[in-house]
Design a protein around this ligand. Structure first.
Ligand code: SF4
Length: 343
């Protein structure tokens, strides 16, 4: 009953369009699904076109210059997705001769590909019977069947995966998967669902009991760790000094200014490594950025380069201000650049 209603709705009333919808090329499906993991369709579409145009095949992506790839990705955030894309492209080229694997159990072993993306690629590209479970699917199912499971727990994930696979139309998994996600995005929306236009209204439990707002079960409030980053904007006429972050932490392989992390807004400038003694009047510009589990406060201090020793400056990269756009920076630094007319 559920799948019949869904597929009928899809055939008669689903007008949602997206550039990757209906395509069978696993490479393009993979790119689109990775972009959409944490990005809205409208914004993601722009990046999808940019990436596909620049890297039309998995070989092009595998051979991409990392900094160039990162600068195209810039603005999407969650850079680990971009890093994984690059690594996985290289692995597909070296381990599978550039041919995207066509078995679910192999697809799911690729870096950056979890249950959702593996099911999406397997079903959309190869019509294999694996149900996708994303936020849209969880919302639709939990409202219709009043499912009292929190998807953000391991138990909840397992529950929704099994539940979804039991409902799946195995004869046309690609159509079914796309339909349920489209239905969640356009009818059973997070706010103000269009229950009057809904084909499930007679079977929807949360509608019947007037409990739509209680489903899906909310995830526990995320606790954000607070971090204080002090950025040194070291200038030398038309040049600035930047550095590549290599440590295993946020923003790995992105560029930043030289930075010192402290427990608060206070920083000591007379550390041995840079041996700087600025006057006490230095007032930083302050910018904020919230990541999935961290809140970053960035304090930006302007310094002329002659305050630093040559040994210290040698550890940094001196670039012309006009070439800033060729490097990938975290959002907080882009905001600083924009506010100060560097870009
Ligand atoms: S009746 Fe409303 S809440 Fe229930 S599935 Fe339809 S749109 Fe969603």
């Amino acid at each position: 009953m559920f799948k019949e209603l869904l597929l009928h709705w899809d055939k008669t009333s689903n007008h949602r369009t997206m550039p990757w919808k209906g395509i069978k090329d696993p490479y393009k499906i993979w790119i689109s699904e990775i972009i959409l993991q944490q990005t809205r369709v409208e914004q993601g579409t722009i990046y999808y076109h940019k990436l596909i145009e620049k890297y039309p095949s998995v070989f092009d992506l595998a051979n991409a210059d990392e900094q160039e790839l990162f600068s195209i990705w810039q603005g999407l955030g969650y850079y680990s997705r971009c890093r994984n894309l690059h690594e996985t492209a290289k692995s597909i080229v070296s381990n599978f001769n550039g041919i995207f694997p066509n078995k679910h159990e192999v697809i799911i072993t690729l870096k950056g590909i979890g249950d959702y993306t593996a099911a999406a690629i397997a079903s959309f590209a190869y019509n294999l019977p694996f149900a996708v479970v994303d936020g849209n699917v969880v919302r639709v199912l939990s409202r219709i069947f009043m499912i009292n499971e929190n998807y953000h727990t391991n138990k909840g994930k397992k529950y929704f995966l099994e539940f979804s696979n039991n409902l799946l139309d195995e004869t046309q998994p690609a159509k079914y998967n796309q339909a349920i996600m489209d239905f969640g995005a356009t009818i059973c929306k997070p706010q103000n669902p269009l229950c009057n236009d809904c084909p499930f209204v007679d079977m929807c439990k949360s509608f019947e009991f007037n409990k739509i707002g209680e489903f899906p079960i909310k995830k526990d409030k995320i606790i954000h760790k607070k971090r204080h980053f002090h950025f040194f904007v070291i200038e030398d006429k038309q040049h600035i000094y930047i550095t590549l972050r290599t440590e295993k932490d946020i923003w790995q392989t992105l560029h930043t200014f030289y930075l010192v992390e402290s427990d608060s807004e206070i920083i000591s400038f007379n550390k041995k490594e840079f041996n700087l003694r600025p006057s006490s009047e230095i007032a930083p510009q302050i910018f904020n950025q919230t990541l999935s589990h961290q809140k970053i406060t960035g304090y930006f201090y302007f310094f002329p380069s002659n305050l630093f020793s040559t040994t210290f400056l040698k550890k940094l990269q001196k670039i012309n201000k006009k070439s800033i756009s060729q490097y990938a920076f975290p959002r907080i630094i882009i905001s600083f650049f924009e506010k100060n007319n560097y870009l």
